[in-house]
Design a protein around this ligand. Sequence first.
Ligand code: NAD
Length: 473
Amino acid sequence: DTTINMDNHNTMNGNGYYFCSQIVNKARDTFDSGVTKPIEWRRKQLKNLLRMYEENRNAMVDALVKDLRRSKMEAILLEVDYLINDIRNTIYNLDDWVAPVKPPKGLVNMLDDVVIYNDPYGVVLIIGAWNYPLQLLLLPLAGAIAAGNAVILKPSELAEASAKFMVETLPKYVDSDAVLLVEGGPEETSELLKQRFDYIFYTGGTSVGRIVYAAATKNLTPVTLELGGKSPVYIDNTVDIEVTAKRILWGKFINAGQTCIAPDYILCSRSVQDKFVDAAKNVLREFYGEDPQKSPDLCRIINNRHFSRLQALIDASKDKVAIGGRYDAQDKYISPTVLANVSANDVIMKDEIFGPILPIVPVENAYEAIKFINEREKPLVLYAFTTDEQLAKRIAENTSSGGMCINDTVMQMGVDTLPFGGVGSSGMGAYHGKASFDTFTHKKSCLIRNFAAIGEKLGSGRYPPYTDGKLSF
Ligand code: NAD
């Protein structure tokens, strides 16, 4: 019996391997039946997903409030509406994206057809992270469905309310033979990763990314790894520092800094640092009032483990605190914090911060900033604030990062024609907009010949017996 009782989806009962193989078999049977391939099926699922978002806006916001004390504005802007816009774009372009592509061809193939088919991979596993628990799972889901795959979703166990929402709501809207959910943490995910998939899409930290990649290697399964890292910001002395501070602090403190593309640290000269700190004090007062803990607009830290990690970082940086530096364990609250005069060896510069602490590392100039960046792992995003176009170009050409944004933070995510992903230790592969469709699609090249006599005659020089005469033809 391969039917899975979705009411029991979250209980592996110590029989994880059997449970996971049942789930994967079910997805594979669905894919093999061919039901996910017709464009009508894909469009129907996508429209149902859109309807799910529209009919469950409040439930989605509520889940994010429970998990992260997310404000309604951030919940709508960064997850619900973001999903809605993406899926509308996908539905609108679906016919175009799915259609086989006819690339240009040379003279030799004048009489032939050359075609690239957009094939679904088959059974896809999508593993999500807790920080944007809805968006990070459902955005790739739309891409995978648009591409005609069967999908297994593994929400992050740390964002419990969001996981519960998806487990309860998705089966009411999408074909539950083709979209299956598995709940659980490291143990369950490890069991799942023993199965064979045709594609794995993982979002989360780099160390687990390595585990996922290793598991995929066993079956030569292609992967997208959306990982993290320390995304730097360089600020020069040509910018409007008030606007710069607003743009950086917004990007840093949305979701209380628990954002993969949050600016992790700032590089700038000491004089820019002083101006930035002054501006930041005003901006933070404007954003969150005199006591940011009372602001309804600041999220909380996801759990005690992450809170303690961030508390230890503040404790280790006490002498560098320029703004904030307060915390309240009961409330899992960390105040928006700016650290000044941080040095490369300080503990805060070791790992991705993933919380509302923003260190500033003084550098002499842009060359030193570029060197600093290039001496470290390749970041997910590189931010630079400058009105000097030559300098912006020089930074772009002399560094490597997943993506870049000049003179703002996070807003690059809103451009659906910009593929989003990392490079090196910040990941591999990309998605968003058409890139999501392409990620879950195998581009199958095909040459279609015919039996026209003239074509055969023109091509007959390739057949033995080989002579020099044929070579010069
Ligand atoms: P997480 O703890 O939610 O883990 C990610 C997923 O991996 C979860 O589904 C979890 O169950 C699973 N997992 C955890 N340990 C595992 C193990 N040992 N074996 C198998 N699976 C395991 O998320 P996280 O890793 O704390 O997420 C934060 C990180 O994710 C940050 O580094 C952040 O930068 C990165 N991130 C990247 C992006 C991106 O799009 N590039 C987006 C969000 C977060």
